[in-house]
Design a binder for this molecule. Sequence first.
Ligand code: HEM
Length: 142
Amino acid sequence: MKQSLFDMIGGLSAMERIHTSFYDKVYAHPWLGQFFEGLDQKFIELRQTQFMAEKMGSKAPYLGKDLDVSHMRMYITEELLVVRQGLLREAIEEEGVAPELVTRWLKIDRAFWSKIKKDSLESFKNIDLKYEQPMIVEKPES
Ligand code: HEM
């Protein structure tokens, strides 16, 4: 039987290590980190692992919300998604995952960007968030 991508990257334990290192980087990042202030890192890691594991062929289900719903109130641009994926790439490569599998992982990640990405501040401001507060994080001066 053909091995799943999930098995080839080293299964649950490899994915958990990668997501711990990935969110260490995200939480420490001056721009991205601000989105996660006050949120339990372990819980975010768990959700990300469940989400990606399911997409890569693990039997365990993802139990979170749809990505368009969970990211609706966040002003997330393409630039921010590229910065985030740079940190994800670093974390996967540091685990020693083979280059062709890194490419496959990042391609799956990119497949979900359209659910999350906001095209302009104008269109973002027109989203009806009901009782939720919009979250706009300015890019810090470097
Ligand atoms: C720069 C881009 C992104 C930012 C700033 C961001 C930020 C966040 C934040 C703050 C949460 C917590 C929401 C909450 O519990 O209130 C979250 C949840 C989540 N994010 Fe992202 N995210 C980004 C991109 C992505 C991408 C590309 C994916 C998947 C490919 C993803 C997958 C998830 C998942 C699975 C959850 C859990 C949702 C739930 O618990 O129901 N995120 N994200």
